[in-house]
Write a protein that binds this ligand. Structure first.
Ligand SMILES: [Ca+2]
Length: 351
């Protein structure tokens, strides 16, 4: 039931009517002023400081850059997405999303269609083809899902509206502006992921500038093109220290070992297999005693499973700093390697 606030005859006291009328007028005036201000608004102080920095350090034209930033849209949905990344799912759920029959079959087709380029990249960068195929498969389903978010909107939203990682995304916004200038891109025409990752291999702008290669030799580093994407992924892994032919992970039996110190020590390989054996961590596959490793766990439906992450596992986590991510790349890669002879009609190359 609604409570009546006024006398039964419905007549509002005159003084109250006057006050309400004034309040309404006041609200309308303020709203008009706000609209006016938005149309001609100054950028927020942090965005202004960013512009000054770009002008001073990189010679950008101040008014053009201010205009570009003023016209960006704040995307609240991507702030929410950043706070709930899919890589935070339990391993078995994350895995079910990514290791599918359809993705495996698409990967085998992609491998066959791009076999010559993959082989050339494998030789030049000493990274096996299945790792390139799997990475591109997990990132964008082999170039089919490269993201349709306006990258400038995404990066300005995260640079100025996501304090937790503002420094990181301001640096990426800077790299994006430089990358766009170098390539003659219209700032507003570039599409990518909600975090600003671009193209078939989903490189952030800093990685694009640093690791992308022109692998088809047309004079441009264009990550919308599959050939450049393949070479660039291989180059990325090469630069981060991929060791050709070395294992990626080794399953272990942890027995009654005190695990917290080992699990808390990070993914950078830092302890020898021999030392791990002494502590009761027993590899279930052959691995040399002097190899350095880290210990990590993933969550399965029946509890945690433990693995040693070796150098190449760490290298995959440089692409995306998530155990789940590196695990699906590794698993998809080995599945593709096993099934490749079925589609290629040839024996697999020795990695
Ligand atoms: Ca090219």
């Amino acid at each position: 039931m609604l409570h009546r606030a006024y006398p039964e005859n419905g007549v509002m006291p005159r003084i109250l009517r006057m006050m309400m009328l004034r309040a309404v007028v006041c609200v309308l005036v303020l709203a008009a002023a706000a609209t006016h201000a938005a149309a001609h608004s100054e950028l927020a102080a942090d965005a202004q400081a960013f512009v000054r920095d770009m002008v001073e350090r990189h010679g950008f034209e101040r008014s053009a850059l201010e205009r570009a930033l003023r016209n960006t849209k704040f995307l609240a949905s991507i702030v929410r997405a950043m706070d709930a990344p899919s890589t935070a799912l339990p391993w078995h759920e994350f895995r079910a999303r990514h290791i599918t029959e359809a993705r495996i079959n698409a990967g085998l087709r992609f491998w066959t269609e791009n076999a010559v380029v993959l082989e050339r990249a494998a030789v030049e960068y000493q990274v096996p083809p299945e790792i390139m195929v799997a990475t591109i498969g997990i990132e964008t389903l082999f170039g089919r899902l490269t993201g349709n978010v306006n990258v400038l909107d995404a990066l300005t939203t995260l640079a100025f509206g996501y304090p937790r990682r503002a420094d990181f995304f301001r640096a990426e916004l800077e790299q994006f502006l430089l990358l766009s200038r170098e390539n003659g891109w219209d700032l507003n025409s570039v599409k990518g992921s909600f975090a600003g990752a671009i193209g078939v291999p989903q490189f952030l702008p800093s990685s694009y500038r640093k690791y992308a290669v022109d692998f088809d030799g047309d004079g441009r580093r264009d990550l919308r093109q599959v050939t450049d994407a393949i070479g660039s992924v291989a180059n990325y892994y090469r630069q981060f220290g991929w060791q050709q032919g070395a294992p990626v992970i080794v399953p272990v039996d942890v027995g009654n070992t005190a695990l917290e110190p080992l699990l808390g020590a990070g993914l950078l390989p830092h302890i020898s297999v021999a030392e791990l054996r002494k502590r009761g961590v027993l590899p279930l596959e052959p691995v040399a005693d002097d190899v350095l490793a880290s210990l990590f766990s993933v969550e399965t439906e029946v509890g945690p499973r433990y693995w040693l992450g070796l150098n190449n596992f760490y290298v995959i986590t440089r692409y995306n700093r998530s155990i789940n991510y590196a695990m699906v790349v590794q698993e998809l890669a080995s599945t593709l390697r096993q099934q490749r002879p079925r589609t290629a009609g040839v024996a697999p190359a020795v990695p």
